[in-house]
Design a protein around this ligand. Structure first.
Ligand code: ZN
Length: 258
């Protein structure tokens, strides 16, 4: 079992809260975290200030970024601050973003830790923050928030949930299960994740095409250039069926397999 406590002794000598948080969370990851992609027992730590990622797996060459925040509540929350807006959008659209670890902690102990695979990122989930004021050291700089709440639940793989550790094998299995949803064009990925999110919002396991059509207006607003939203919905449902995430039970009727 993982020890969920940080090594607070490492905080000695640091004064800024964000530095202390970074040192303690990264040290914890180095000591405890395995690779959720291939199951390798440890992750390597990139030198400080490497802009692309924080951790890597020596075995499968996956890169990971860690975002953490202190939180008194037991849930993960909806948003997490990340770096420069422009860099983030560029990374997502060129497909070289790392997988994202999100950690929440309280009293120097991990509450939640999840990994969101890179293929669940679309520009939609990146929110632009207000440019920094003229008086700031980096005046005009534009940061971003990742809207975790808008990512389908299937794309969030928990390693620790509410201070309870999930089985390692289950974590790696879940990664490989959703890996089949990977799409290499950003437009196609957007449609898939939008439709998946709608499926998840229907509060029961069995649902119909008609119930999915209730989301047409909403999806039309997100994709104003597409005039065939109903066709798109059916096409994505078919894709989800082929990958085993939904099942056709009879004409126009589906069952969630997630
Ligand atoms: Zn690996």
């Amino acid at each position: 079992m993982m020890d969920l406590h940080f090594n607070q002794r490492l905080a000695a000598g640091y004064h800024s809260g964000s530095q202390i948080s970074r040192v303690l969370t990264e040290d914890w990851m180095e000591r405890n975290m395995f690779c959720p992609v291939c199951g390798a027992p440890v992750l390597g730590h990139y030198e400080a200030n490497k802009p692309v990622a924080d951790f890597f797996c020596e075995d499968c060459k996956s890169d990971f970024e860690l975002k953490s925040k202190e939180s008194k509540t037991s849930t993960v929350g909806k948003k997490i601050a990340d770096g420069a807006y422009g860099t983030m959008i560029e990374r997502i659209t060129s497909f070289n973003n790392p997988h994202l670890f999100v950690m929440t902690y309280a009293n120097w102990s991990v509450n939640n830790l999840l990994v969101i695979p890179k293929f669940f990122f679309v520009p939609d989930i990146i929110e632009k923050r207000k440019p920094l004021a003229d008086t700031a050291r980096r005046a005009g700089w534009i940061g971003c928030n990742i809207d975790i709440g808008s990512i389908p639940e299937s794309g969030k793989i928990f390693i620790i949930r509410n201070s309870k550790q999930e089985d390692k094998l289950k974590v790696v299995e879940q990664y490989h299960h959703i890996l089949s949803l990977q799409k290499t064009d950003i437009e196609g990925r957007g449609w898939l994740l939008d439709v998946l999110k709608c499926v998840e919002r229907i509060p029961k396991n069995d649902f119909t095409t008609q119930e999915m059509y209730a989301f047409v207006d909403e999806l039309q607003q997100k994709h104003p250039d597409n005039n065939h939203v109903q066709d798109k919905i059916r096409q994505q449902l078919q894709f989800l069926r082929d990958k085993g995430f939904v099942k056709f039970t009879s004409r126009g009727h589906y069952k969630k397999m997630i």
